[in-house]
Design a protein around this ligand. Structure first.
Ligand SMILES: O=C(CO)[C@@H](O)[C@H](O)COP(=O)(O)O
Length: 224
């Protein structure tokens, strides 16, 4: 398994001071910027687009930006986010008519491709293309909003996805998103996740550093 990465979701950041807030959370120990794109169509909420990603790069953010597309269709925005400086681009398989082609488009644009599964979508759906993924993101809440509770049955999906990735000898990152806190992150890691998205648990904390350190301490107990 790969190193553990902590990926704060900017959905819960101070959007009026986004550059500053992202700089601070990275300085306080985060590894990756998780960028939630919602279109008020695939999900019932509306967030930000490629201009904001480009603005973060212009502001000086050099950390990986993990763009999670909760949009339908996906191909136009894949191109725009790649041009805006995305590192990872992930999308939901239900949102593309041609999943393999959309994954290839991400790779051809020089980004790392990934897929996202909603809580009720089975892991088996992505098995044929697992070898093409740099990231498999499992949603542990229904997408659209921050601050929801972790859905416990997604731990079984993590175990299944981890077993598949390991059986095939792949380096695919296994990311979890929704309701991740310092209190449950160790169980989530034991189930197989190596990349942890957390919005409210980090940006809602009095100290980002202390929230991230609590997560790292819990994760240290998993690896020993
Ligand atoms: O993609 C989403 C929601 O659709 C997530 O990234 C949430 O933003 C995570 O927020 P918390 O559950 O950690 O508050």
């Amino acid at each position: 398994m790969q190193d553990f990465l902590i990926a704060p979701s900017i959905l819960s950041a101070d959007l009026a001071r986004l550059g500053e807030d992202v700089t601070k959370v990275l300085a306080d120990g985060a590894d990756v910027v998780h960028f939630d794109v919602m279109d008020n169509h695939y999900v019932p909420n509306l967030t930000f687009g490629p201009m904001v990603c480009k603005a973060l790069r212009k502001y000086g953010i050099t950390a990986p930006i993990d763009v999670h597309l909760m949009v339908e269709p996906v191909d136009d925005l894949i191109v725009q986010f790649a041009d805006a400086g995305a590192t990872y681009i992930t999308f939901h398989p239900e949102a593309s008519k041609h999943v393999d082609r959309s994954l290839q488009l991400i790779a051809d644009k020089g980004c790392k491709p990934g897929l996202v599964l909603n809580p009720a979508t089975p892991v088996s759906l992505i098995e044929p293309v697992l070898h093409k993924l740099d990231m498999l993101l499992l949603m542990s809440v229904n997408p659209g909003f921050g601050g929801q509770k972790f859905i416990p049955y997604t731990l079984d999906k993590l175990r299944e996805a981890r077993a598949l990735i390991d059986q095939k000898g792949l380096n695919t990152r296994l990311e979890i998103d929704g309701g991740v806190t310092p209190a449950n992150i160790a169980d989530i890691a034991r189930a197989g996740a190596d990349t942890f998205v957390a919005g409210s648990a980090i940006f809602g904390a009095d100290s980002y550093a202390s929230a991230i350190n609590k997560m790292r301490d819990a994760l240290a107990g998993v690896r020993g």
